[in-house]
Design a protein around this ligand. Structure first.
Ligand SMILES: NC(=O)c1ccc[n+]([C@@H]2O[C@H](COP(=O)([O-])OP(=O)(O)OC[C@H]3O[C@@H](n4cnc5c(N)ncnc54)[C@H](OP(=O)(O)O)[C@@H]3O)[C@@H](O)[C@H]2O)c1
Length: 334
């Protein structure tokens, strides 16, 4: 476990990084992205923060909060429903028109529901699209800008990292149906969680090889009071769980650590980093990391190894590419 004092000591060093780092919080209008954006603003110099989400009122409140913490922050809100991949492309296009480099892509889009499959006009389940396909489309589209940041001539401006907050553990423990990756036929909440998690794991494994100057993290945040805390039905549940919860502030601090600490180095730079952790494939410094709420790298499991031996990375990326092709390139549905 990374202690909170270690987290705080590291975060306090971030003011020595170059000014004007660019961070994109997809899901920045609430919860873990919101708490992490606050810590990013608190600890860096003149940050440029993008908040992506739908709720303009929350975005306005958070923008004021960020500016009150650090009045040199620049904040842009991009209002978009990114459950549609073609809308993800619109967001990325807007960012690419303004930025040449991106230092941090931090993603938390999603929600809890007990409802069954709910198909979007693009032919994907709505929740599954947010937990996996939209996030991977963001990574795919913004990878060149993350790579450009890694190659900045100022060594203090080379942060290049993706953090996807969901849960890397599920995909290593349950069965993945390679014959129906998008769950058109076999949708259940359990299958959706398993598939979102496994696809998330193997997508970052694939991307870390393609983009070795960027590190990719898939993390499980523990129990954190977030948008559910606004729901009167869930409020008592959060109160009950509070002894086991991570506070909002600590969650923001820990996620900022994961978003910046050298121990989660990109593949190309890992060898030079003392204390670099094992990647999701069990290999030290492989550039794709599965983390628990406390920053510990999760060991590779038998299930994960078996899936890898079955060609999971190639099969899952082929599926993802087919989805992108049909929806984003051909303008159709999957
Ligand atoms: N909190 C926990 O205890 C916990 C535990 C385990 C795992 N997780 C996972 O961690 C992730 C983050 O959770 P959180 O608790 O921080 O969530 P949250 O507070 O509910 O925030 C989710 C964010 O996603 C955005 N969003 C949802 N649908 C969207 C859409 N169609 N288009 C654009 N943005 C959309 C929301 O913004 P708008 O409403 O503005 O659209 C919001 O900013 C989730 O994947 C969750 O499953 C959380």
């Amino acid at each position: 476990m990374v202690s909170l004092s270690e987290v705080r000591t590291h975060n306090a060093t971030l003011s020595s990084l170059a000014p004007n780092l660019v961070a994109i919080f997809v899901g920045g209008t609430s919860g873990i992205s919101h708490y992490t954006a606050l810590e990013f603003a608190r600890n860096t110099r003149s940050p440029h923060i993008y908040l992506v989400g739908r709720n303009a009122a929350e975005a306005a409140k958070i923008t004021s909060e960020l500016k009150s913490i650090n009045n040199s922050s620049k904040v842009d809100f991009i209002q978009k429903d990114v459950s549609l991949l073609r809308k993800v492309d619109e967001v990325c296009k807007e960012i690419k028109e303004k930025e040449k480099k991106v230092n941090l892509l931090f993603m938390t889009i999603g929600y809890m529901t007990l409802k069954g499959r709910n198909e979007t006009e693009e032919g994907l389940d709505h929740k599954f699209a947010l937990h996996y396909y939209a996030r991977t489309r963001f990574m795919h589209n913004l990878a060149p800008l993350l790579d450009a940041a890694a190659k900045d001539e100022d060594p203090k401006a080379t942060l290049s990292r993706v953090v996807s907050v969901y849960d890397p553990a599920l995909g290593k423990n349950n069965d993945f149906d390679f014959s129906d990756p998008s769950l058109k036929n076999n949708f259940s909440l359990k299958n959706c969680a398993t598939h979102g998690s496994a696809l998330g794991n193997f997508a970052i494994e694939h991307l870390a090889k393609q983009w070795p100057n960027t590190s990719f993290i898939h993390e499980q945040p523990g129990i954190v009071e977030t948008s559910g805390g606004r729901n009167p039905w869930l409020k008592p549940l959060y109160a009950l769980l509070s002894p086991f919860s991570v506070s909002k502030k600590e969650s923001g601090e820990r996620h900022l650590f994961e978003a910046t600490a050298p121990r989660y180095a990109p593949r190309a730079k890992a060898e030079a980093v003392q204390g670099v952790v094992n990647g999701g494939d069990g290999v030290k410094g492989s550039g794709h990391y599965h983390l628990s709420w406390n920053g510990e790298a999760q060991p590779d499991t038998k299930r994960g190894m078996k899936m890898r031996a079955e060609g999971a990375e190639e099969k899952m990326w082929a599926h993802t590419s087919e989805v992108f092709q049909k929806i984003c390139e051909e303008g159709g549905k999957y």
